[in-house]
Unconditional design. Structure first.
Lengths: 258, 201
Protein backbone atom coordinates (compact mmCIF):
# COMPACT_ATOMS: atom_id res chain seq x y z
CA UNK A 1 0.00 0.00 0.00
CA UNK A 2 2.75 2.42 1.01
CA UNK A 3 4.59 1.83 -2.24
CA UNK A 4 1.50 2.62 -4.32
CA UNK A 5 0.77 5.76 -2.35
CA UNK A 6 4.35 6.90 -2.76
CA UNK A 7 4.15 6.33 -6.50
CA UNK A 8 0.93 8.35 -6.63
CA UNK A 9 2.42 11.16 -4.58
CA UNK A 10 5.66 11.22 -6.56
CA UNK A 11 3.71 11.35 -9.79
CA UNK A 12 1.69 14.35 -8.63
CA UNK A 13 4.74 16.15 -7.21
CA UNK A 14 6.68 15.65 -10.42
CA UNK A 15 3.89 17.00 -12.62
CA UNK A 16 3.32 19.99 -10.32
CA UNK A 17 6.98 20.92 -10.47
CA UNK A 18 7.19 20.38 -14.20
CA UNK A 19 4.11 22.42 -15.01
CA UNK A 20 5.14 25.41 -12.92
CA UNK A 21 7.97 26.68 -15.09
CA UNK A 22 6.98 30.06 -16.46
CA UNK A 23 8.18 32.83 -18.65
CA UNK A 24 10.01 35.44 -16.70
CA UNK A 25 9.32 39.05 -17.51
CA UNK A 26 12.60 39.37 -19.40
CA UNK A 27 12.06 36.25 -21.48
CA UNK A 28 8.68 37.34 -22.83
CA UNK A 29 9.47 40.94 -23.74
CA UNK A 30 12.07 41.92 -26.33
CA UNK A 31 15.27 43.79 -25.50
CA UNK A 32 16.39 46.89 -27.32
CA UNK A 33 19.51 48.98 -27.28
CA UNK A 34 20.25 52.46 -28.60
CA UNK A 35 23.33 52.16 -30.82
CA UNK A 36 24.25 55.59 -32.19
CA UNK A 37 23.25 59.06 -33.36
CA UNK A 38 25.29 60.48 -36.23
CA UNK A 39 25.09 63.88 -37.88
CA UNK A 40 23.70 63.25 -41.35
CA UNK A 41 23.75 65.79 -44.19
CA UNK A 42 23.53 69.29 -42.82
CA UNK A 43 20.27 69.22 -40.94
CA UNK A 44 19.58 65.64 -40.04
CA UNK A 45 20.67 62.92 -37.67
CA UNK A 46 20.91 59.22 -38.44
CA UNK A 47 19.62 57.23 -35.47
CA UNK A 48 20.40 53.55 -35.08
CA UNK A 49 18.94 51.08 -32.62
CA UNK A 50 19.17 47.34 -32.24
CA UNK A 51 16.85 44.59 -31.09
CA UNK A 52 19.11 42.40 -28.97
CA UNK A 53 16.44 39.83 -28.12
CA UNK A 54 13.05 39.31 -29.75
CA UNK A 55 11.50 37.83 -26.60
CA UNK A 56 8.87 35.13 -26.75
CA UNK A 57 7.18 36.32 -29.94
CA UNK A 58 8.04 38.19 -33.12
CA UNK A 59 8.86 41.89 -33.19
CA UNK A 60 5.84 43.98 -34.18
CA UNK A 61 7.13 47.57 -34.02
CA UNK A 62 10.42 49.38 -33.61
CA UNK A 63 11.20 53.08 -33.58
CA UNK A 64 12.58 56.10 -31.82
CA UNK A 65 11.27 58.97 -29.74
CA UNK A 66 13.06 62.17 -28.77
CA UNK A 67 12.58 65.33 -26.83
CA UNK A 68 14.54 68.25 -25.49
CA UNK A 69 13.63 67.19 -21.94
CA UNK A 70 15.05 63.99 -20.43
CA UNK A 71 11.70 62.74 -19.16
CA UNK A 72 9.29 61.75 -21.90
CA UNK A 73 7.47 58.68 -23.17
CA UNK A 74 7.67 57.03 -26.57
CA UNK A 75 4.69 58.92 -27.95
CA UNK A 76 6.69 62.17 -28.03
CA UNK A 77 8.15 62.84 -31.50
CA UNK A 78 7.80 59.17 -32.33
CA UNK A 79 9.42 57.94 -35.54
CA UNK A 80 8.76 54.36 -36.59
CA UNK A 81 11.02 52.07 -38.59
CA UNK A 82 10.18 48.83 -40.39
CA UNK A 83 9.86 45.98 -37.85
CA UNK A 84 13.01 43.93 -37.59
CA UNK A 85 14.72 41.59 -35.19
CA UNK A 86 18.09 43.24 -35.83
CA UNK A 87 19.42 46.75 -36.37
CA UNK A 88 17.12 49.58 -37.48
CA UNK A 89 17.75 53.20 -38.49
CA UNK A 90 15.86 56.36 -39.32
CA UNK A 91 16.93 59.82 -40.45
CA UNK A 92 15.25 62.70 -38.65
CA UNK A 93 15.62 66.45 -39.01
CA UNK A 94 16.91 68.11 -35.85
CA UNK A 95 17.95 71.67 -35.21
CA UNK A 96 21.73 72.28 -35.10
CA UNK A 97 23.26 73.42 -31.80
CA UNK A 98 20.39 71.83 -29.88
CA UNK A 99 20.51 69.02 -27.35
CA UNK A 100 18.08 66.14 -27.52
CA UNK A 101 17.34 63.04 -25.49
CA UNK A 102 16.67 60.08 -27.75
CA UNK A 103 15.52 56.55 -27.03
CA UNK A 104 14.43 53.59 -29.08
CA UNK A 105 11.69 51.08 -28.45
CA UNK A 106 10.49 47.68 -29.65
CA UNK A 107 7.23 45.84 -29.20
CA UNK A 108 6.05 42.27 -29.46
CA UNK A 109 2.74 40.68 -28.59
CA UNK A 110 3.58 40.76 -24.86
CA UNK A 111 4.28 44.50 -24.60
CA UNK A 112 6.99 47.04 -25.24
CA UNK A 113 10.45 47.92 -24.01
CA UNK A 114 12.36 51.17 -24.18
CA UNK A 115 16.10 51.78 -24.21
CA UNK A 116 17.82 54.20 -21.88
CA UNK A 117 18.03 57.85 -22.94
CA UNK A 118 20.85 58.88 -25.21
CA UNK A 119 21.85 62.55 -24.90
CA UNK A 120 22.93 64.08 -28.18
CA UNK A 121 23.88 67.61 -29.19
CA UNK A 122 23.43 68.31 -32.87
CA UNK A 123 26.62 69.94 -34.25
CA UNK A 124 26.62 73.32 -35.95
CA UNK A 125 25.74 73.07 -39.60
CA UNK A 126 28.29 74.18 -42.18
CA UNK A 127 27.48 76.97 -44.64
CA UNK A 128 25.78 75.73 -47.77
CA UNK A 129 25.91 77.14 -51.29
CA UNK A 130 23.84 76.12 -54.28
CA UNK A 131 25.71 74.33 -57.09
CA UNK A 132 25.07 77.31 -59.40
CA UNK A 133 26.14 79.94 -56.86
CA UNK A 134 29.37 80.74 -58.69
CA UNK A 135 27.54 81.47 -61.96
CA UNK A 136 25.12 84.07 -60.57
CA UNK A 137 26.39 87.59 -59.82
CA UNK A 138 26.16 88.60 -56.17
CA UNK A 139 22.82 90.07 -55.14
CA UNK A 140 21.14 89.04 -58.35
CA UNK A 141 18.32 86.80 -59.45
CA UNK A 142 17.91 85.06 -62.78
CA UNK A 143 14.20 84.94 -63.59
CA UNK A 144 13.15 83.36 -66.87
CA UNK A 145 16.76 83.60 -68.11
CA UNK A 146 16.94 87.37 -67.43
CA UNK A 147 19.41 88.53 -64.78
CA UNK A 148 18.26 91.26 -62.41
CA UNK A 149 20.55 93.12 -60.01
CA UNK A 150 18.60 93.41 -56.76
CA UNK A 151 19.41 96.81 -55.35
CA UNK A 152 16.93 96.71 -52.50
CA UNK A 153 17.47 93.87 -49.97
CA UNK A 154 15.66 93.94 -46.65
CA UNK A 155 15.83 91.43 -43.84
CA UNK A 156 12.43 91.48 -42.13
CA UNK A 157 12.23 89.59 -38.85
CA UNK A 158 9.29 91.52 -37.39
CA UNK A 159 6.58 91.86 -39.98
CA UNK A 160 7.32 89.44 -42.78
CA UNK A 161 4.29 88.92 -44.99
CA UNK A 162 4.57 85.12 -44.67
CA UNK A 163 6.32 82.82 -42.26
CA UNK A 164 8.13 84.64 -39.49
CA UNK A 165 11.23 85.97 -41.20
CA UNK A 166 11.58 87.26 -44.75
CA UNK A 167 14.30 88.50 -47.05
CA UNK A 168 12.62 90.88 -49.46
CA UNK A 169 14.47 91.95 -52.62
CA UNK A 170 13.68 94.25 -55.49
CA UNK A 171 15.61 95.50 -58.52
CA UNK A 172 14.23 99.04 -58.20
CA UNK A 173 11.42 98.57 -60.67
CA UNK A 174 9.36 95.51 -61.64
CA UNK A 175 11.27 92.48 -60.29
CA UNK A 176 10.51 91.29 -56.77
CA UNK A 177 11.81 88.09 -55.20
CA UNK A 178 10.99 87.45 -51.55
CA UNK A 179 12.21 84.49 -49.53
CA UNK A 180 10.30 83.52 -46.38
CA UNK A 181 11.40 81.28 -43.52
CA UNK A 182 9.75 79.86 -40.45
CA UNK A 183 12.54 81.33 -38.29
CA UNK A 184 15.83 83.14 -38.72
CA UNK A 185 17.73 81.11 -41.33
CA UNK A 186 20.77 79.13 -40.25
CA UNK A 187 23.41 77.26 -42.20
CA UNK A 188 21.79 74.46 -44.12
CA UNK A 189 19.66 73.40 -47.02
CA UNK A 190 16.01 74.42 -46.92
CA UNK A 191 13.13 72.98 -48.93
CA UNK A 192 10.41 75.10 -50.49
CA UNK A 193 6.72 74.61 -49.78
CA UNK A 194 4.13 75.90 -52.23
CA UNK A 195 1.61 77.57 -49.96
CA UNK A 196 3.26 80.51 -48.16
CA UNK A 197 0.29 80.91 -45.81
CA UNK A 198 1.15 77.63 -44.07
CA UNK A 199 4.69 78.69 -43.29
CA UNK A 200 4.09 80.53 -40.04
CA UNK A 201 2.78 77.35 -38.41
CA UNK A 202 5.03 74.91 -40.27
CA UNK A 203 6.71 72.58 -37.71
CA UNK A 204 9.67 71.85 -39.99
CA UNK A 205 12.26 74.57 -39.38
CA UNK A 206 13.91 73.77 -42.72
CA UNK A 207 10.89 74.70 -44.83
CA UNK A 208 10.78 78.00 -46.72
CA UNK A 209 9.03 79.57 -49.68
CA UNK A 210 9.94 82.02 -52.44
CA UNK A 211 7.45 84.46 -53.85
CA UNK A 212 8.22 85.94 -57.28
CA UNK A 213 6.82 89.36 -58.09
CA UNK A 214 4.65 89.21 -54.96
CA UNK A 215 2.26 86.78 -56.63
CA UNK A 216 3.80 83.51 -57.73
CA UNK A 217 5.03 80.98 -55.20
CA UNK A 218 7.67 78.58 -56.40
CA UNK A 219 6.76 74.91 -56.55
CA UNK A 220 7.34 72.62 -53.58
CA UNK A 221 10.58 70.68 -53.27
CA UNK A 222 13.05 73.34 -54.44
CA UNK A 223 16.34 73.56 -52.55
CA UNK A 224 17.43 76.85 -50.95
CA UNK A 225 20.96 77.06 -49.57
CA UNK A 226 21.92 79.27 -46.64
CA UNK A 227 25.42 80.29 -45.57
CA UNK A 228 25.81 82.48 -42.50
CA UNK A 229 28.99 84.57 -42.50
CA UNK A 230 31.17 85.37 -39.50
CA UNK A 231 29.86 88.94 -39.33
CA UNK A 232 26.26 87.80 -39.19
CA UNK A 233 25.59 88.35 -42.87
CA UNK A 234 23.76 85.63 -44.67
CA UNK A 235 23.90 84.45 -48.25
CA UNK A 236 20.96 82.70 -49.85
CA UNK A 237 21.48 80.84 -53.10
CA UNK A 238 19.14 78.71 -55.17
CA UNK A 239 19.16 77.23 -58.67
CA UNK A 240 16.38 76.99 -61.25
CA UNK A 241 13.42 76.57 -58.94
CA UNK A 242 10.22 76.37 -60.98
CA UNK A 243 7.07 78.43 -60.61
CA UNK A 244 3.94 78.74 -62.70
CA UNK A 245 2.57 82.04 -63.97
CA UNK A 246 -0.07 82.47 -66.68
CA UNK A 247 -0.14 78.66 -67.07
CA UNK A 248 3.51 78.71 -68.03
CA UNK A 249 6.39 77.27 -66.04
CA UNK A 250 9.31 79.60 -65.38
CA UNK A 251 12.54 79.10 -63.46
CA UNK A 252 14.22 81.38 -60.97
CA UNK A 253 17.73 81.30 -59.48
CA UNK A 254 19.31 83.67 -57.02
CA UNK A 255 22.34 84.76 -55.04
CA UNK A 256 21.35 87.19 -52.31
CA UNK A 257 23.41 88.46 -49.40
CA UNK A 258 21.61 90.28 -46.62
CA UNK B 1 -22.80 32.87 -10.28
CA UNK B 2 -26.31 31.50 -9.64
CA UNK B 3 -26.27 29.20 -12.70
CA UNK B 4 -23.05 27.62 -11.39
CA UNK B 5 -24.58 26.97 -7.97
CA UNK B 6 -27.59 25.38 -9.63
CA UNK B 7 -25.26 23.18 -11.62
CA UNK B 8 -23.46 22.10 -8.43
CA UNK B 9 -26.82 21.24 -6.83
CA UNK B 10 -27.73 19.20 -9.89
CA UNK B 11 -24.53 17.16 -9.53
CA UNK B 12 -25.34 16.36 -5.90
CA UNK B 13 -28.90 15.48 -6.82
CA UNK B 14 -27.66 13.13 -9.54
CA UNK B 15 -25.43 11.44 -6.99
CA UNK B 16 -28.30 10.75 -4.62
CA UNK B 17 -30.37 9.27 -7.41
CA UNK B 18 -27.84 6.90 -8.91
CA UNK B 19 -27.42 3.39 -7.70
CA UNK B 20 -23.81 3.35 -8.79
CA UNK B 21 -21.57 6.31 -9.12
CA UNK B 22 -18.81 8.25 -7.44
CA UNK B 23 -18.39 11.57 -5.86
CA UNK B 24 -14.91 12.91 -6.35
CA UNK B 25 -13.23 15.89 -4.79
CA UNK B 26 -10.00 17.12 -6.34
CA UNK B 27 -7.44 19.61 -5.13
CA UNK B 28 -5.31 20.77 -7.98
CA UNK B 29 -2.90 23.21 -9.42
CA UNK B 30 -3.72 25.19 -12.55
CA UNK B 31 -0.42 26.15 -14.15
CA UNK B 32 -0.79 28.48 -17.14
CA UNK B 33 1.27 27.39 -20.11
CA UNK B 34 2.08 28.90 -23.49
CA UNK B 35 1.60 32.67 -23.67
CA UNK B 36 -0.78 32.59 -20.70
CA UNK B 37 2.04 31.86 -18.30
CA UNK B 38 3.48 35.31 -18.95
CA UNK B 39 0.32 36.81 -17.46
CA UNK B 40 -0.75 34.44 -14.70
CA UNK B 41 0.92 32.50 -11.92
CA UNK B 42 0.06 28.88 -11.13
CA UNK B 43 -2.73 28.72 -8.58
CA UNK B 44 -4.54 26.12 -6.49
CA UNK B 45 -7.92 24.93 -7.65
CA UNK B 46 -10.62 22.64 -6.43
CA UNK B 47 -13.21 20.62 -8.24
CA UNK B 48 -16.26 18.65 -7.35
CA UNK B 49 -17.08 15.74 -9.69
CA UNK B 50 -19.87 13.27 -10.08
CA UNK B 51 -19.05 10.16 -12.14
CA UNK B 52 -21.43 7.48 -13.34
CA UNK B 53 -20.62 3.77 -13.46
CA UNK B 54 -19.91 1.28 -10.72
CA UNK B 55 -16.58 0.52 -9.15
CA UNK B 56 -15.75 -2.28 -11.61
CA UNK B 57 -16.48 -0.31 -14.79
CA UNK B 58 -13.73 0.63 -17.21
CA UNK B 59 -15.60 3.71 -18.39
CA UNK B 60 -16.81 6.51 -16.19
CA UNK B 61 -18.68 9.51 -17.49
CA UNK B 62 -19.21 12.50 -15.33
CA UNK B 63 -19.71 16.15 -14.79
CA UNK B 64 -17.75 18.58 -12.67
CA UNK B 65 -17.64 22.09 -11.39
CA UNK B 66 -14.69 23.89 -9.88
CA UNK B 67 -13.05 27.15 -9.02
CA UNK B 68 -9.62 28.70 -9.39
CA UNK B 69 -8.39 32.21 -8.72
CA UNK B 70 -5.20 33.10 -10.58
CA UNK B 71 -2.83 35.94 -9.74
CA UNK B 72 -0.94 38.06 -12.28
CA UNK B 73 2.81 37.60 -12.62
CA UNK B 74 3.40 41.38 -12.58
CA UNK B 75 1.78 44.25 -10.74
CA UNK B 76 1.65 46.18 -14.00
CA UNK B 77 2.09 44.94 -17.55
CA UNK B 78 3.58 47.36 -20.05
CA UNK B 79 1.15 47.10 -22.93
CA UNK B 80 0.58 49.23 -25.98
CA UNK B 81 -1.98 50.00 -28.63
CA UNK B 82 -1.48 51.05 -32.22
CA UNK B 83 -3.36 54.07 -33.44
CA UNK B 84 -1.27 55.89 -36.01
CA UNK B 85 1.69 55.42 -33.66
CA UNK B 86 2.72 53.03 -30.94
CA UNK B 87 0.70 54.25 -27.95
CA UNK B 88 2.34 53.21 -24.67
CA UNK B 89 0.09 51.95 -21.93
CA UNK B 90 -0.34 49.45 -19.17
CA UNK B 91 -2.64 46.77 -17.84
CA UNK B 92 -3.26 45.96 -14.20
CA UNK B 93 -5.05 42.68 -13.50
CA UNK B 94 -6.94 42.90 -10.21
CA UNK B 95 -8.55 39.48 -10.35
CA UNK B 96 -8.76 36.54 -12.72
CA UNK B 97 -11.15 33.78 -11.74
CA UNK B 98 -11.94 30.51 -13.50
CA UNK B 99 -15.15 28.53 -13.03
CA UNK B 100 -14.53 25.29 -14.93
CA UNK B 101 -17.58 23.21 -15.78
CA UNK B 102 -16.58 19.87 -17.21
CA UNK B 103 -17.89 16.82 -18.98
CA UNK B 104 -15.56 13.94 -18.11
CA UNK B 105 -14.86 10.76 -19.96
CA UNK B 106 -12.48 8.51 -18.04
CA UNK B 107 -11.06 5.05 -18.74
CA UNK B 108 -9.69 2.97 -15.87
CA UNK B 109 -7.31 0.29 -17.11
CA UNK B 110 -7.64 -2.18 -14.19
CA UNK B 111 -10.83 -1.38 -12.28
CA UNK B 112 -10.72 -4.63 -10.37
CA UNK B 113 -7.19 -4.03 -9.07
CA UNK B 114 -6.08 -1.78 -6.27
CA UNK B 115 -3.73 0.27 -8.41
CA UNK B 116 -4.58 1.37 -11.92
CA UNK B 117 -3.63 3.98 -14.48
CA UNK B 118 -6.34 6.26 -15.82
CA UNK B 119 -6.72 7.80 -19.27
CA UNK B 120 -9.28 10.54 -19.86
CA UNK B 121 -10.51 13.07 -22.33
CA UNK B 122 -12.59 15.87 -20.82
CA UNK B 123 -14.51 18.71 -22.37
CA UNK B 124 -14.56 21.89 -20.28
CA UNK B 125 -16.54 25.09 -20.45
CA UNK B 126 -14.68 27.84 -18.59
CA UNK B 127 -16.49 30.83 -17.23
CA UNK B 128 -13.80 33.48 -16.74
CA UNK B 129 -14.33 36.54 -14.60
CA UNK B 130 -11.79 39.34 -14.99
CA UNK B 131 -11.33 42.69 -13.25
CA UNK B 132 -8.62 44.90 -14.68
CA UNK B 133 -7.54 48.40 -15.66
CA UNK B 134 -6.35 49.05 -19.18
CA UNK B 135 -4.76 52.22 -20.44
CA UNK B 136 -3.25 53.27 -23.78
CA UNK B 137 -2.12 56.87 -24.02
CA UNK B 138 -4.57 59.13 -25.91
CA UNK B 139 -6.74 56.15 -26.88
CA UNK B 140 -8.09 53.93 -24.11
CA UNK B 141 -8.68 54.25 -20.39
CA UNK B 142 -10.92 51.55 -19.08
CA UNK B 143 -11.58 49.84 -15.79
CA UNK B 144 -13.69 46.70 -15.74
CA UNK B 145 -14.97 44.71 -12.79
CA UNK B 146 -16.00 41.07 -13.07
CA UNK B 147 -16.44 41.09 -16.80
CA UNK B 148 -17.40 37.59 -17.85
CA UNK B 149 -15.92 35.66 -20.75
CA UNK B 150 -16.04 32.00 -21.74
CA UNK B 151 -13.84 29.43 -23.38
CA UNK B 152 -14.34 25.86 -24.50
CA UNK B 153 -11.43 23.49 -24.00
CA UNK B 154 -10.47 19.85 -24.24
CA UNK B 155 -8.31 18.22 -21.60
CA UNK B 156 -6.46 15.00 -22.40
CA UNK B 157 -5.53 13.64 -19.02
CA UNK B 158 -3.61 10.74 -17.49
CA UNK B 159 -3.57 9.66 -13.89
CA UNK B 160 -3.24 6.96 -11.30
CA UNK B 161 -5.86 5.52 -8.98
CA UNK B 162 -5.33 3.66 -5.73
CA UNK B 163 -8.24 1.88 -4.09
CA UNK B 164 -8.11 2.28 -0.33
CA UNK B 165 -11.22 0.18 0.29
CA UNK B 166 -14.51 -0.72 -1.37
CA UNK B 167 -15.80 2.82 -1.12
CA UNK B 168 -12.81 5.12 -1.25
CA UNK B 169 -10.04 5.59 -3.79
CA UNK B 170 -7.24 8.11 -4.07
CA UNK B 171 -6.47 9.58 -7.47
CA UNK B 172 -3.82 11.83 -8.94
CA UNK B 173 -2.98 12.95 -12.41
CA UNK B 174 -2.38 15.73 -14.81
CA UNK B 175 -3.79 16.99 -18.06
CA UNK B 176 -3.42 19.82 -20.46
CA UNK B 177 -6.35 22.16 -20.92
CA UNK B 178 -6.36 23.62 -24.43
CA UNK B 179 -9.08 26.08 -25.32
CA UNK B 180 -10.12 26.20 -28.94
CA UNK B 181 -12.93 28.73 -28.99
CA UNK B 182 -14.41 31.41 -26.76
CA UNK B 183 -14.51 35.11 -26.09
CA UNK B 184 -10.91 35.28 -24.87
CA UNK B 185 -7.69 34.44 -26.68
CA UNK B 186 -6.80 30.74 -26.75
CA UNK B 187 -5.38 29.69 -23.39
CA UNK B 188 -3.71 26.57 -22.15
CA UNK B 189 -3.08 25.25 -18.66
CA UNK B 190 -1.35 22.26 -17.13
CA UNK B 191 -3.80 20.87 -14.66
CA UNK B 192 -2.38 18.66 -11.90
CA UNK B 193 -4.61 17.23 -9.21
CA UNK B 194 -4.88 14.88 -6.32
CA UNK B 195 -8.29 13.68 -5.26
CA UNK B 196 -10.46 11.34 -3.34
CA UNK B 197 -13.32 9.27 -4.77
CA UNK B 198 -16.26 8.03 -2.80
CA UNK B 199 -18.27 5.18 -4.35
CA UNK B 200 -22.01 5.17 -3.84
CA UNK B 201 -23.49 1.73 -3.31
Amino acid sequence: MKRHLLILLAFVCFTVNWSCTKYTYDEALPSVQFVSAKFYGNDSVLLTGKVTNTGASGIENVGFAYDEQPSFDILVNQVGAPPTSGQFSVVIKLIPDSTYYIKCFATNSFGYVVSTNFKYTVPSATPEYAPCAGTIPANSVVDNKVTYAMTYIYYDNTSAQYGNVGIETQNGSSEFVNIYFTAAPVNGIYTTVYDPTTLSSDPNPYDCTILVNNSYAVNAGGKVYVAIGTGGTGTITFCSISYVAFSTTFFVSGNITY
Amino acid sequence: MKPLLRFACLLIFLGFNKSYGQYEFNLGLMAPSGDTKYLLKPAPSFEFVFNTGDVDSHYHFGASIGYCRLSPTQDTFKTYAVGGAVLPGYEVIHSYELYPIGLRNEFTFFPDKKFSPILALDLYFYVISISDDYYAETLIQSSITNDTYWALAIIPRIGLQYELNDQISLTGGFGRSMSFTGTVDAQSYWKTYIGIKYYIN
